[in-house]
Ligand binder design. Sequence first.
Ligand SMILES: Nc1ncnc2c1ncn2[C@@H]1O[C@H](COP(=O)(O)OP(=O)(O)OP(=O)(O)O)[C@@H](O)[C@H]1O
Ligand SMILES: [Mg+2]
Length: 379
Amino acid sequence: MKNVITNPFVTGGYAGPDYFCNRTDETKRLASAVSSRRNITLISLRRMGKTGLLKHFKQQIEHKRKSSVVVYADLLPTMNCNEMLNSVSTALFRVRQKERNFMEKMFGLMASLRPRLTVDPLTGEPAVELKVETASEIKAGLDNILRLISEIRQDILFMFDEFQQIAKYPEKNTEAILRSVIQAYPVIPFIFSGSSKHMLEKMFMSAGSPFYQSTELMYLDRISEKDYSEFIKNHFHNAGLDIDDDSLHRIFRWTRLHTYYVQYVCSILYEQGSLHTGEAEVNRIFHRIMTDFEPQYINYRNLIPAHQFRLLKAIAAEDGVDQPTAGDFISRHGLTSPSSVSASLKSLLEKEMVVRDQEMWQVYDVFFSRWLQYHYSEG
Ligand SMILES: Nc1ncnc2c1ncn2[C@@H]1O[C@H](COP(=O)(O)OP(=O)(O)OP(=O)(O)O)[C@@H](O)[C@H]1O
Ligand SMILES: [Mg+2]
């Protein structure tokens, strides 16, 4: 009725406030930080909803005041400073391209970095490519971008998604350069966001690092069961479908109330279109999801060293473990020794296959965890 979307449970991107569950307090907190020009860093597990929240907040700001300028740059695909600068310039160009002479102005200011306008082959959107070779060119490029933004006489906000990426660039001084440029523009509020708690805390909380105490940290938690239930039921009811509380409860347990996985289960349940969703329907969907992803998990099994895979199975079988190096856990699952478990855990952590969540070590990918549990819980 309001939108052309046929399935209200979105599993990729942001589709507008009607398809976005809650996050009211979180949005308010972002708004209050931004309005008092405090920079803020948003941290959560992967797929918990950081990008969704940023897009939702962006939408709200732009809806409230048409003239607002929100520059959103996703650093995930960037591998070095040059690519970061391309991504930031592209983000700025896209929000301002309709303004008269903006391209001339931007490209004029960036002339020494040889700007080129290209087109994203997949989306057809314009993109800016620069050529930077030295640290001083990076600094100058960033400085020019922020100068252009600060000259915009409207509400402005800058969002850096997947910010931890900059710590992986080959250039060693990126953090210091960014920090010094950002500091020179106190009128521009920044939101940084990312999933590597460890890396972001190191950047923002350890004395001696350039960004030390420069932002407020905000940990994005799960959406509450109550809010999620209401959201899901409403969308089912709007389509003349019904889902019972018991089923919702089971879905929340099975997905650990992890946003992406809840969305995924609900999108498939909705697509099935059963007039009533109860135990049998939910079981069928859990089974279908495990089967659908099975080829990928079998691939993991072939790629992950045997001891690490055994540890994953053990963690999944117990639905999370507090102390994987404890003797009884090791003997229950034939895991050799505490030192081999430590080494495997470290390696799995680096690969983002496990995560410390709610005081437990868990297999990070919830569906993979359920698949392991289903197939291997006998040991
Ligand atoms: N409040 C919400 N209501 C409904 N769906 C949501 C909500 N927040 C996020 N989602 C959906 O959940 C999925 C994961 O969210 P999102 O991509 O925002 O997570 P993320 O924390 O940015 O993950 P990553 O760290 O992998 O980038 C997306 O498909 C998104 O559409
Ligand atoms: Mg994201």
